[in-house]
Design a protein around this ligand. Structure first.
Ligand code: 5AD
Ligand code: SF4
Length: 390
């Protein structure tokens, strides 16, 4: 009984769906090792923050939250505090230096080690840093023994080889690696058997699925295999890179009954000069053509994008080009971010020459534009018959 009381863990996830998914798997691993998951840090013997490094703001939030745990640690000296995920990789030395209350760091590809890490610390091992997994070529399986519910994420690939000049992901999540299709299909089959109705396939760049696997397979071929076993479940996927999205993918979305017609295709900028500096490997014209092809082939399909404002060297003209393309493309959702220099990245070496005030101005302009686009779309949808009139 006493043993069980010492095994309560609180896990909080920051950032993207991939982190959410990793946290769910970590909970499963800890439960298998006899831990109970608790709903608040006050009740826990171990507190774990699964962190994000994609923008500085995300890191600042974690620093703030960990700071508030100091009090708990004074009241409960045996409390174990772990920082895991992207920030553990990116800020390894800084976290241990700045936050003496943190007991362990563990990278996103090392989560399987966490139960052992906690045991070791309990046995007096001192602070532990485990950050080698990003070099791994393997994505560990998720047993799903405890799955209940209707929605689920399934990881199909992880990591990124694109090295967009602003992005920290390739440095913290490592190189692209895919899971064998057999393993993915088994996991999806089990989830469906247990009642899953909405399944989202996850990867930093799902369109690169299959690269490096022994079997000859690509993303579209995987979707076709999944569609055959999907029954009444709906399958979505996230994220696609415009340089790899293809007509073949759009046709598969149109033809495969289980695939949801939602495409998240981050554009990032409407200026060719900025796209080149971002190392995005496509032009605005190519993106525009893709978006038009998508809308033509996948009738009524939902299209969303990410945009960064205030990238180094972004002039008023470059921003206006972004503004105009957003207006033209009429995204169903647009996620707009202020550029934030990230360690290790190429752009960190560029002069961050757009002031914060100007980034905020551009951010607000785009948000307002997107809000208008959405309210016009809603207006159109709520007037029956309008689409059929001339
Ligand atoms: N600054 C601002 N936004 C960024 N993103 C990635 N890196 C940065 C950065 N350094 C945005 C991109 C990406 C989304 C997940 O986050 O738009 O598509
Ligand atoms: Fe980052 Fe670019 Fe890879 Fe997306 S494609 S994870 S933005 S490097």
């Amino acid at each position: 009984m006493l043993k069980k009381m010492n095994k309560k863990v609180f896990i909080r996830s920051f950032g993207c769906q991939m982190n959410e998914h990793d946290s769910a798997r970590l909970k499963d691993l800890l439960i298998e090792r006899g831990y109970a998951i608790c709903g608040s840090p006050e009740d826990a013997n171990a507190v774990i923050f699964n962190t994000c490094s994609v923008r500085k703001h995300a890191e600042d939030r974690v620093y703030g939250k960990v700071g508030t745990l100091g009090e708990f640690k004074i009241k409960k000296p045996g409390l174990i505090i772990g920082i895991i995920g992207c920030m553990a990789e990116a800020r390894r030395d800084e976290i241990f230096r700045k936050l003496p209350i943190v007991d362990f760091l563990c990278g996103p590809a090392d989560l399987d080690r966490i139960p052992d890490i906690i045991d070791k610390i309990k046995n007096g091992a001192g602070r532990i840093m485990y950050l080698e997994g990003y070099k791994s070529k393997i994505i560990p399986a998720f047993s799903r023994k405890r799955f209940t519910g209707k929605t689920a994420y399934v990881k199909i690939m992880e990591g990124c080889d694109n090295f967009c000049s602003y992005c920290i992901v390739p440095y913290v999540r490592g190189r692209e690696r895919s899971r064998a299709s057999k393993e993915i299909l088994e996991e999806i089959g089990l989830l469906i058997k247990k009642g899953a109705k909405d399944i989202t396939l996850l990867g930093q760049n799902v369109n690169s699925y299959g690269k490096g696997l022994q079997e000859k397979i690509n993303f579209v071929a995987l979707l076709k295999k999944i569609d055959k076993i999907a029954r009444s479940a709906k399958i979505s996927f996230f994220t696609s890179h415009p340089k790899d999205a293809s007509l073949e993918l759009f046709k598969a979305m149109r033809d495969l009954k289980s695939i949801v017609n939602i495409l998240h295709l981050p554009i990032q900028s409407g200026s060719d000069k900025i796209l080149k500096r971002m190392n995005r490997k496509y032009t605005v014209a190519k993106y525009k053509k893709l978006a038009l092809d998508y809308r033509k082939i996948v009738k009524g399909g939902n299209l969303s994008g990410d945009i960064i404002v205030g990238f180094p060297g972004e002039t008023e003209k470059d921003f206006n080009d972004t503004f105009n393309i957003v207006k033209k493309l009429q995204f169903d959702a647009a996620y707009i971010f202020k550029y934030s220099p990230r360690p290790f990245t190429k752009a960190a070496g560029f002069k961050d020459d757009v002031t914060l005030k100007e980034k905020e101005r551009r951010h607000t302009l785009l948000l307002d534009l997107q809000r208008n686009i959405l309210s016009n779309k809603k207006l159109l949808c709520s007037r029956p018959g309008l689409e059929h009139s001339n």
